[in-house]
Design a protein around this ligand. Structure first.
Ligand SMILES: C[S@@+](CC[C@H](N)C(=O)[O-])C[C@H]1O[C@@H](n2cnc3c(N)ncnc32)[C@H](O)[C@@H]1O
Length: 236
């Protein structure tokens, strides 16, 4: 095991990085519940799907939603990003529809190889149970509705929700064609003035960058509202 993965070393590195991030975050947005962010971050301290600035930005975007907000996440994996969103939502009616095949099925070649390795290590065929356990451990079960489905099939099943969603986070299939199809399928779900955000803009997943760039140029989104790491967010 690499030195940085030794439990004690990992915990010290986590505390240093998290505290550094929180010092800045508390200055920028002192009114947000960063204690809750910290609780969720501790739970996911071994997760490597996002950086502190990215997780913090998701938490901030979700905090800025109205009470009882309706959220869709495309690509939830084990629920880390989903929990950062859930922890910031307010109101008993707030809900996240977490759309994922929960099997790491993807048309993006690099991602498929990565998922295969991870599923071998997990010794499981799906991440749904892990997703549900993470939600239960953090007390968010009532906020989540996992939707076990291919993204585009889910967009058809949930068609009645078009124009009603406050916030969508897309982090599913990272190929150009799939990301483009996700934008076309899911952007109409966001209500006017709502937010759509993407992971991996400007990352090595260049298909994602290209798809978002083309859709931005074509006027799909009203305005860019922020960037943190490889997350980019737009108002519709
Ligand atoms: C990068 S992971 C999501 C990570 C998660 N958002 C986080 O930050 O913790 C991408 C997820 O998208 C899912 N996925 C890929 N293609 C999909 C598709 N066409 N439909 C549904 N889910 C898909 C995979 O199963 C995987 O769980």
């Amino acid at each position: 095991m690499a030195f940085k993965h030794w439990p004690l070393v990992r915990d010290v590195r986590f505390a240093q990085k998290c505290n550094r991030f929180l010092r800045g975050a508390r200055k920028r947005r002192p009114e947000l519940n960063w204690e809750e962010f910290h609780r969720i971050a501790r739970h996911f301290k071994t997760d490597d799907m996002g950086s502190f600035p990215e997780r913090g930005y998701l938490f901030q975007l979700a905090s800025d939603q109205p009470a009882d907000a309706q959220v869709v996440e495309v690509g939830s994996w084990m629920g880390a990003s989903t929990c950062f969103i859930a922890g910031a939502l307010r109101g008993a009616g707030a809900k996240i529809f977490a759309v994922d095949n929960f099997q790491g099925l993807s048309t993006c070649g690099e991602d498929s190889a990565w998922y295969n390795r991870h599923f071998q290590k997990l010794g499981a065929k799906s991440t749904l149970e892990i997703f549900q356990k993470n939600f239960a451990d953090l007390g968010f079960t009532l906020r989540a509705e996992p939707f076990v489905s291919d993204s585009l099939a889910a967009a058809q099943t949930l068609a009645a929700k078009r124009g009603t969603i406050d916030f969508i986070f897309i982090d599913g299939d990272h190929s150009y064609e799939a990301c483009k199809a996700d934008i076309v399928a899911w952007a109409p779900f966001v209500k006017c003035g709502g937010v759509i955000a993407f992971h991996d803009f400007g990352s090595r997943a260049d298909g994602v960058t290209r798809a978002i760039f083309e859709e931005t140029k074509a006027g799909r989104f009203a305005e860019i509202i922020g960037v943190a790491g490889t997350i980019i967010a737009f108002r519709m």
